[in-house]
Design a protein around this ligand. Structure first.
Ligand code: F6P
Ligand code: MN
Length: 356
């Protein structure tokens, strides 16, 4: 295969830097460190039971979630691989309550790195795809010690964002503000090679992803949208939809970037989910940047996710993202306010699921 057809991640980034001049070598180096971390996590995940890395770490993280052993390992791998190079001033992780400054004896760089080192970790034990998500911000006060508040920047200020997915093959999907580009890991040479340049999300779709077991807790606009999809060709949408739920956001977003679709994890009335379930700074923001860079949209239902000014590192966010036409429709349902929710043939007087 000629090298120009599938450039390595390093070649791609250097070429982009030379042609656009939008970033410096330090960002290239940081992203290569992140890619190294992803490769190390990929190997650890792939070792599975043979490496004894499955199961619970018998600990609980800052979100009150039980940590898997791999959550803890992936967190250590990310920090170890990224804090040494002199490109970050501090890192923040889903698994750490506070940001972690780089150790005193390492040089401090100009970037802040945030990550969810192992997304979808409830899927590990059943051998379903998991991933890592990352977001890069500039340190607002370069050279000075980092404070927690320095991280609280809206997602629109991200300089890079991406994820790795550990599936049948390991892939890295990245944006540095000029489109979304997908790389596949060559497991023999250890290179990420460009395999999907300029990923774009079709504006129209017939596929949605939502955890439908929460439907009784949803707000009216989300109920309306999903019920109209479920009503299919006989309903107001006049077409049949397909539903998917992997419970690994990385895998859902990857599917949407490859073939379109819409993903919803809305806020709901359960006590822990009133502000949403997913975390803004290392799940919502990086995925929203990727989705927008690929021509899709990302919203809370009422607000562009990338415009949210965060007030805490681990804050949650309602997330509705993917194909533009569907996201616009869901936003319109939010603007319209309370509507008669059960308004499809399936639910009417003679319908299958009539309530009276
Ligand atoms: O990181 C949180 C996460 O694991 C996502 O990857 C996934 O989309 C979601 O939680 C699954 O949530 P639930 O268990 O409610 O289906
Ligand atoms: Mn996650």
């Amino acid at each position: 295969m000629p090298i120009h057809e599938h450039p390595t991640l390093a070649q791609f980034l250097l070429q982009d830097k030379r042609s656009r001049g939008a970033f410096g070598t330090d960002l290239v180096q940081l992203l290569l460190d992140v890619a190294q971390a992803c490769k190390a996590v990929s190997r650890t995940v792939a070792g599975g039971s043979l490496r004894g890395v499955f199961g619970s770490a018998n600990a609980v993280n800052v979100q009150g979630e039980t940590q898997a052993k791999l959550d803890v390992l992936a967190d250590e791998i990310f920090r170890e691989r990224t804090e040494f190079g002199g490109h970050v001033a501090a890192v923040a992780s889903e698994e750490q309550e506070e940001p972690v400054p780089v150790p005193q004896d390492y040089p401090r760089g100009d970037f802040l790195l945030l990550y969810d080192p192992l997304d979808g970790s409830s899927n590990i034990d059943v051998n379903v795809s998991v991933g890592s998500i990352f977001s890069v911000l500039r340190a607002p006060r370069p050279g000075e010690p980092v404070e927690a508040a320095d991280f609280l920047q809206p997602g629109a200020r991200q300089v890079a964002a991406g994820y790795a997915i550990y599936g049948p093959s390991t892939k890295l999907v990245l944006t540095v503000g000029s489109g979304v580009h997908g790389f596949t890991l060559d497991p023999v040479l250890g290179d990420f090679r460009l395999t999907r340049p300029n990923m774009t999300i079709p504006a129209a779709t017939k596929e949605f992803a939502v955890n439908a077991s929460n439907s009784r807790f949803w707000e009216a606009p989300v109920k309306r949208y999903v019920e109209e999809c479920m009503a299919g060709a006989e309903g107001p949408r006049g077409k049949d939809f397909n539903m998917r739920w992997i419970a690994s956001m990385v895998a859902e977003v990857h599917r949407i970037l490859v073939r379109g679709g819409v993903f919803l994890y809305p806020r709901d009335s359960r006590p822990g989910s009133r502000k949403g379930r997913l975390r803004l700074m290392y799940e919502g923001n990086p995925m929203s940047m990727l989705i927008e860079q690929a021509g899709g949209l990302s919203t809370t239902g009422t607000e562009r996710v990338l415009d949210i000014v965060p007030d805490e590192l681990h804050q949650r966010v309602p997330l509705i993202l993917g194909s533009a036409e569907e996201v616009e429709r869901i936003q319109a349902y939010h603007r319209a306010g309370p509507e008669p929710v059960i308004d499809t043939p399936l639910f009417n007087a003679r319908g299958l699921f009539r309530t009276a």
